[in-house]
Design a protein around this ligand. Structure first.
Ligand code: NAD
Length: 462
């Protein structure tokens, strides 16, 4: 395909750049080049892989401001958010450099069973071969790093299909990896649309492992299309935070506003539902409103801006409609509630929300939080679990039994105690339960998924 895709700055509406509209032929050619490079990657000594990853981390740090400005222009995220994202991507590469040195199996005590007498051996971790990586636009550089860095650390080649909204930073990252010494063909980037280039990567028979981050709507259909290959899915969320009677309300309010409105609420682990004990509702609400009122909206490139824009006009249409329908069903905007530009929506907090409303069940992916009251912790936990999602959840409490009950009973990949669900450390096993995903990222855990175990067994001739 020869057509180009225009990358549009969602804040200004202007064109930031153009990339090729790749399709099946481009994916096939990229997979072929990766296949030719597989022996070189597989046989590359670990210290050499580590050196390339470390150098990439350094290049990202040296070029941090240029990367941040580019991502802000592609995505509408604020410059402070994209600076933090670039620092995070650099740290992921550095961490992968360290983990590359720890890629090992272990010895096997074969003689623990009678048939294994006189046998010794071990297992190794071998690369799966080619990792197909598909990434979303909302954290484009760090999430690409979460796939590329562990894949290379474990000796794989990668074919990356970045989101069509934010492909330019992925191309720049590939350039940095080449400068750091990565062999040609070890990372191929194919730009294009999901249904074209993305689907071709999903269905390609030579891709050994598919690592997808994106929406539930797209992701749940992928294993059936992927055929005989391993699949990891990092999908959407609708994160609950429980605030109990014993909570430190001041700290909870500060964290909820931080976790609910970062990246204009467009994070898979944004705080969406605030489940609050009825007795502390008023005090929490007052503190939340005061903090949300202080958020500064505006030009994402302006240092002072707290909340940027949504990714597109269509995304803004969707949240506007969802809020209108919720208000018709009885919800009230305690603050915000209105569209303020083609892709800009006021930071909004809705009260009088019931857990059975669509707005409380679906992923909002917007600067929107919902306040829902509960009377007992069991009721709060049941509401926390009452969506198809199970990514991250949180609880603010000073009561250890409440904390442990929530940690035990909430069906989620992570439960944060006195921390918002929006917290993520790049070293933790990260992923979702239910329809929030399959498999775990976080460098060491991704390396496990991107490798096969092979047993080597030796019978002693004595
Ligand atoms: P999306 O599903 O629309 O697109 C994600 C990627 O998939 C893009 O590269 C897109 O081109 C590609 N794609 C689309 N259709 C495809 C198809 N049929 N076959 C193959 N690839 C296809 O999601 P988005 O709007 O870019 O991102 C937002 C979503 O991602 C939200 O739901 C968010 O919660 C989720 N997300 C999850 C995580 C996580 O770690 N769990 C992290 C970030 C974002």
């Amino acid at each position: 395909m020869s057509e180009a895709i225009e990358v549009i700055n969602p804040y200004t509406g202007t064109c930031v750049g153009k990339v090729p509209r790749g399709g099946a032929a481009e994916v096939d050619a990229a997979v072929r080049r990766a296949k030719e490079t597989m022996p070189a990657m597989r046989n590359m000594p670990l210290h050499r892989r580590a050196a390339i990853l470390k150098k990439t981390s350094q290049l990202l740090q040296e070029r941090a401001e240029a990367f941040a400005q580019l991502i802000t222009q592609e995505s509408g995220k604020t410059i402070r958010e994209t600076r933090a994202e670039v620092a995070r991507a650099a740290a992921i590469f550095e961490y992968a450099a360290e983990e590359a040195r720890r890629l090992h199996g272990e010895t096997l005590p074969f003689d623990a069973f009678p048939n294994g007498e006189n046998h010794i051996g071990f297992y190794l971790r071998e690369p799966v071969g080619i990792v197909g990586a598909i990434t979303p636009w909302n954290v484009p550089l760090a999430l690409a790093a979460h796939k590329i860095a562990p894949a290379l650390a474990s000796g794989n080649c990668v074919v990356l299909k970045p989101a069509e909204q934010t492909p330019l930073n992925a191309l720049r990252l590939a350039q940095a990896l080449r400068e750091a010494g990565l062999p040609e063909g070890a990372l191929e980037v194919v730009t294009g649309y999901g249904e074209e280039a993305g689907d071709a990567l999903v269905t390609h028979p030579d891709v050994g492992f598919l690592s997808f981050t994106g929406s539930r709507e797209v992701g749940i259909g992928l294993p059936a299309r992927a055929g005989y290959k391993r699949v990891a899915l990092e999908l959407g969320g609708n994160s609950p935070i429980i605030v109990t009677q014993s909570a430190d309300i001041e700290r909870a309010a500060e964290a909820i506003v931080r976790g609910g409105y970062a990246v204009a609420g467009q994070l898979c682990i944004s705080v969406q539902r605030i489940l609050v004990h009825r007795t502390v509702r008023e005090v929490l609400l007052e503190k939340l409103i005061a903090r949300i009122r202080q958020l500064r909206l505006g030009d994402p490139l302006d240092e002072a801006t707290d909340v940027g824009v949504l990714i597109s006009k269509e995304a803004c249409d969707r949240v506007e409609k969802a809020v209108q329908e919720a208000v018709q069903a009885g919800a009230k905007a305690a603050i915000g509630g209105k569209r303020i530009g083609p892709a800009a929506f006021e930071p909004t907090l809705l009260t009088d929300v019931r857990q059975d409303m669509p707005i409380a069940i679906n992923e909002a992916f917007a600067p929107l939080t919902l306040l829902i009251e509960f009377d007992t912790l069991d009721e709060a936990i049941a509401m926390a679990n009452a969506t198809p999602y199970g990514l991250n959840a949180g609880i603010y409490t000073r009561d250890i039994e409440e904390a442990l009950s929530a940690a035990n009973a909430i069906v989620a990949g992570s439960v944060m105690i006195n921390e918002v669900p929006t917290f993520r450390s790049d070293l933790m096993p990260y992923g979702g339960r239910k329809q929030s995903g399959l498999g775990r990222e976080g460098v060491r855990f991704a390396m496990e998924e991107m490798t096969e175990t092979k047993v080597v067994c030796i019978q002693r001739l004595i």
